[in-house]
Design a protein around this ligand. Structure first.
Ligand code: UDP
Length: 327
């Protein structure tokens, strides 16, 4: 659908967030002409570089006038705009749902046939206890709702995003739906509660690391730089835009328990921090934590070949070096 990024006009919604702070420089380095639409609610303008081929439009994806003005005028759209982090999402569940659902409908309706990548989430798999999450398994609204504590929120919004994407595909629009798995790296802030930046920050300050519940829950932490490189391979691979291959898990399949993460963070950073355990529902009332979340990567690897994802230990060590340089 798009053979290269060079000289292509790429629209990125939500480009001022953590992933955007890596993806935008990546696109610019590839020669793309980039427009970012972001309301700056969770990502600052300073996350973007100054570049002659980059324009920032400060607006929400709920603003149809803005979307109408820019969406058709691009060769490719990355639709990333979304509320981030369990803490923020728990405070504004309905808004989180609306931004995903209505924002996606706006983008899809107002962008004509422009190929569009929708940033869904591994959260659509719900509270699955199965070791591998497979794209071919059909996902119900009920599973997403359970994840949201039976109140429309983040996962339901991503589910609604996917449904809108599937309807648009059926109507002939090129759409790719990606499901990222715990993307981490430098620039991810502590504010929204994500575990890796919080553990690294606490360990560097010698403060206790707080683990929710037993710490036996696992995640597949995935390096943001590798994520960007995989995105380029996917969008330039025609088969990745064909149904049903165009709903794709992206991430590492190395599982790490939150206990292991806490210990390796303390060890790698040679920190004196201790570990605190608190019940999950004391932080997120009425919600349950996902026990295991690990992607089946067969589809991704069939499309782009094997991907080498760095270990979480090397990611944490790189974060420490990066923070040491910044401080
Ligand atoms: N977690 C934790 N302490 C924290 C933040 C998160 O124990 O300070 C746990 C959380 O319960 C979850 C895992 O770490 O099991 C990953 O949390 P995160 O918010 O980073 O991502 P998500 O829950 O969306 O996978």
């Amino acid at each position: 659908m798009i053979s290269k990024l060079e000289n292509r006009r790429v629209l990125v919604t939500g480009g001022c967030g953590f992933i955007g702070s890596h993806l935008i420089p990546f696109l610019l380095a590839k020669g793309s002409i980039v427009t970012v639409i972001d309301d700056l609610s969770t990502g600052p303008e300073s996350n973007l570089p100054h570049h002659e081929n980059l324009t920032l439009i400060k607006a929400s994806v709920l603003d149809t006038g803005i979307i109408r003005a820019f969406a058709r005028d691009s060769d490719l759209i990355f639709h990333m705009a979304s509320l981030v982090g369990m803490k923020l999402v728990a405070k504004k569940p309905q808004y989180s749902y609306d931004v995903s659902k209505i924002g996606t409908e706006n983008i899809l309706e107002l962008s004509g046939k422009v190929p569009t990548v929708l940033f869904s989430s591994s959260a659509v798999y719900g509270l699955t206890k199965k070791a591998y999450a497979v794209e071919s398994k059909s996902i119900s609204a009920k599973e997403a709702l359970e994840y949201d504590g039976n109140k429309l929120g983040y996962a339901s919004g991503k589910w609604a995003m996917e449904q809108a994407g599937i309807r648009a595909m059926e109507a002939g629009k090129p759409v790719m739906i990606i499901r990222p798995f715990n993307i981490v790296g430098h620039g991810q802030v502590t504010t929204y509660g994500m575990v890796v930046p919080n553990f690294v920050d606490s360990a560097m300050k010698g403060l206790p690391l707080t683990i929710y519940d037993s710490g036996h829950q696992t995640r597949s932490f995935s390096c943001v730089e590798v994520f960007c490189a995989v995105m380029e391979k996917l969008i330039t691979q025609p088969a990745a835009w064909q149904r049903p291959n165009n709903i794709i898990n992206i991430g590492s399949d190395q599982m790490t328990s939150i206990n292991e993460l806490a210990h390796l963070t303390i060890e790698s950073l040679e920190s004196k921090s201790t570990i605190n355990y608190v019940p999950y529902d004391s932080v997120f009332p009425c919600k349950k934590d996902v026990l295991h979340r690990r992607p089946d990567l067969s589809r991704l690897e069939t499309l782009v070949g094997a991907v080498e994802w760095p270990s979480i230990r090397s990611i944490v060590e790189a974060l420490e070096k990066h923070k040491a340089v910044l401080s």
